[in-house]
Structures are given as C-alpha cells and as structure tokens.
Write a protein that binds this ligand. Structure first.
Ligand code: V47
Length: 390
C-alpha cells in the first residue's frame, strides 16, 4: 500500500499481513467496503487480537473514545406467542403457567413507578398473539405516553409490526401513521434472527422470513422511523450464513438508511428447544462485535448489549468495535428466562463506572443518539438526530 500511515497503523498492518489479513487491513485503512469473502476470513482467522484492533480502528475513527449508554426501561407487555421459535424461552400460550398480557394501564403503572428515575426511553417488545386487537397496541402506546409524555417509545420488532398490520386490516403506511400518532418513536431491532432460509425452516418457520423482515424495516424507514437491527448468533448457523445476514443488512441500509445500531444477540440456551447447544463463548461474542463493526460500514453504532454479554465482555467489547452498551434496562425478561445471569437492571452511575473502567468516555444519549449528558465537555448536549436516508 503506497499511502503513508501513522506508525501505529503501520504496525497493525504488519501484524495483519503476518496472519494473512493484509489485504483486508489495507481496505480498512483505506475506508473501502469489505467483501463477503473478507467477512468469512474475519470469522475464520485465529488472530482475534488483530481482528479486534482493526475493528477498534474503525470504531475510534467514527466515535473516538466515546461510549454511549441510555437510561431506559424495558416492558415486555406479553409473553403470549404463536411462533414457537426453538431458541425462545420466553413464550407461553394463554392459560399456561406464567403466561401474561399486561393491560395498557398495567404498562403505564410500570412507567409511573420509575418517574423518579431519569428514564428517557421505554423499550417494548413482546410475543405475537393474533387475538390481541389493533386498538390494544394503540392504547398501549397512548397509556405509556400519558404516563410520561416526554419519554421516547421504542417499540415493536418487525415481527410485531407484521402482526399489528394483519390485525389492523389496513395498509402498512396507514398503520405506521396510526402508531406514530399514538406515540411510537422508533422500533427495536429484534426478530431478525438469522436471515438464512435453512435456519428459518429449522428454527422459526412460523415467523416472517428474512426477506419479509428486511422489506418491513425498509418500509418503516421510509415512513420516517429509525430502527435497530440484530443478528441472533451462536446456535445452528454457519459462518457463511452470518456473513450473508450482515451483507443483507448492509444492502438494506444502503437503500433506506434507517438503522441506527446493530446488536449481535448471543444465543442463550437455557429453557428452550435448543438447550443442547452450548451457545457462543466470550471470544465468539467479541469476534461478533468486531466483524459487525468491520462489515457494517454504513451503520453508525454497534451495541454490545451488557444484559446479554455480561459486564466484563461488554467492557472489553468497547475495544472490539462496540461504541454502545445499551441502558439501565429495568426488568429484562427475554434473556433472563433463557438463563442470563446478569442483573435485571443497573443504576446510571454503574454504567458510567463500567465505561470509565473500560477506558472510555461515557456519553448519555437518547434513543436517537442525541447527547443528553457527556463526560467530555467537547461533546455538546442535544444535537439533531442522525438523518434518515443519508
Ligand atoms: O427477537 C429471544 C432474541 C430478541 C433468545 O433494538 C434471544 O436496542 C438469545 O429485540 N437467546 C428480542 N436471544 C430483543 C431485542 C433487543 C434487545 C436489546 C436491544 C434491542 C434494541 C433489541 O431477543 C428476539 C430474539 O432475537 N432472543 N430468545 C435467546 N434464548
């Protein structure tokens, strides 16, 4: 490579060349898009340290030392579900032990219970149950908004949006307008799993397909809403299927530009039909963050979701490509039903401490990544949200 690089980048390039990652490192330093073959090489390389440093290079180029978090609250409004996903430990049928459906008023009470906390976002995802009427979803949004009018409501994965559209018997554009009017601010990234048709057939064939998930995300972006995106890894998928998933996310983002954050979700194997699988190791999780950062050159944020990773891996992740750890959470159920041993909530000060201990500068953001508070005086509070379709 002929361009002159700073000394530390030259060193990293030399290390990359020594482990057959030279051509990929050259593309990374030149800001060029990696191919799907490059993605496969990154998954296969034993040189995890070099992979991590390359991802960290990109992460620091975009975000410097900043690491984002928010003060949020999760509400899983129902665990009724008719999708029978084999990886899921959360779903129940009505009448089954532990099954529940919150009324909008019960959800609002959970919001009011936290009024003393500086919560800026409620994250609502749940199972899918066809007998839940359209009005329920609108009432749920309205009740939450009434309980805390300034809160940002990030709710409904594309799987839920698909169900809401079906029960509404209206076209998607009208449904999204209704949801926005009732208070919907953006959508979370779940439900994507692995887009591979093979894994879909094997593990979650009742759910919308990968193509349907992507098409819905595109429509939601076009309606002016940001979303996140995810990939559930560490079960029966192959490396090629992971790369294909990342490539499909990247192509969708080229088209509609609304993904704010990518979150690799580590499969948790307790209490579900895939309990015989071991789930990903800590090293797999770090690799996943790093490959995500390097492949998804058009998605601004990579989230190392501490609830799922555990605190030490989330801290390490901030040097493996991640720039966000998610939030204070309050009462997470999906991963805890599947055996997560992390706490179900933390205090804002805990998040600040973990980020500082990891050598990063904490920045409290809102859902749209506007700065609420920053430990770095140079980072001014309250900008405008990232533009859609950039
Ligand atoms: O779609 C379910 C996953 C997702 C298991 O957008 C499991 O900021 C691992 O959407 N092991 C829901 N994963 C969670 C979700 C989410 C989480 C954090 C942040 C954001 C965001 C979104 O959880 C599901 C599914 O992919 N999931 N069961 C399990 N046993």
């Amino acid at each position: 490579m002929s361009v002159h690089l700073p000394e530390q980048d030259e060193e990293l390039l030399a290390q990359a060349r020594a482990c057959d990652l030279g051509p990929i490192a050259e593309k990374v330093f030149a800001g060029k898009r990696l191919s799907t073959d490059d993605g496969v090489s990154l998954y296969r390389t034993p040189a995890l340290n070099v992979l991590g440093q390359l991802a960290n290079h990109v992460r620091e180029k975009i975000h410097g030392d900043l690491a984002y978090f928010n003060v949020n609250q999760h509400i899983n409004y129902t665990n009724y579900c008719n999708k029978f996903c084999r990886f899921c430990s959360f779903d129940r049928l009505p009448g089954q032990e532990g099954a529940y459906l919150l009324t909008p008023e019960e959800a609002a009470r959970k919001i009011r219970d936290q009024l003393d906390e500086p919560v800026t976002e409620v994250h609502m995802v749940a199972g899918v149950w066809p007998k839940i009427p359209y009005e329920y979803y609108l009432d749920l949004l309205r009740a939450v908004r009434e309980a805390r009018p300034e809160i940002h409501i990030k709710a409904f994965t594309m799987v839920e949006i698909d169900q809401i559209r079906k029960v509404a018997k209206k076209n998607l554009a009208e449904v999204l307008e209704d949801l926005k009017e009732a208070g919907l601010g953006s959508c979370p990234g779940g439900g994507a799993e692995i887009f591979s048709e093979r894994v879909h057939r094997e593990g979650y064939r009742m759910k919308i397909s990968g193509d349907e998930w992507l098409a819905l995300a595109g429509d939601v972006h076009r309606a002016g809403l940001h979303t996140n995106c995810t990939m559930l890894h560490g079960h029966i998928e192959t490396i090629e299927e992971r790369v294909d998933h990342l490539d499909r996310l990247r192509r969708q983002q080229d088209e509609t530009g609304g993904f704010q954050s990518y979150i690799p979700l580590s499969f948790h194997p307790e209490n579900n039909e895939w309990s015989h699988l071991p789930g990903p190791s800590a090293l797999d999780e770090l690799r996943e963050l790093a490959v995500g950062r390097l492949m998804l050159d058009n998605i601004p944020h990579i989230k190392g979701y501490w609830i799922m990773l555990g605190i030490p891996i989330a801290q390490l992740g901030l040097s493996f490509g991640a720039d966000d750890v998610d939030g204070t959470v309050v009462e997470e159920k999906i991963y805890h039903d599947a055996g997560a041993h992390t706490p179900q909530r933390v205090q804002r000060e805990d998040l600040l401490g973990w980020i500082r201990d990891a050598g990063r500068v904490p920045v409290e953001r809102d859902t749209l990544y506007r700065v609420v508070w920053s430990a770095d005086e140079q980072v001014a509070p309250v900008g405008s949200p990232a533009p859609l379709f950039s």
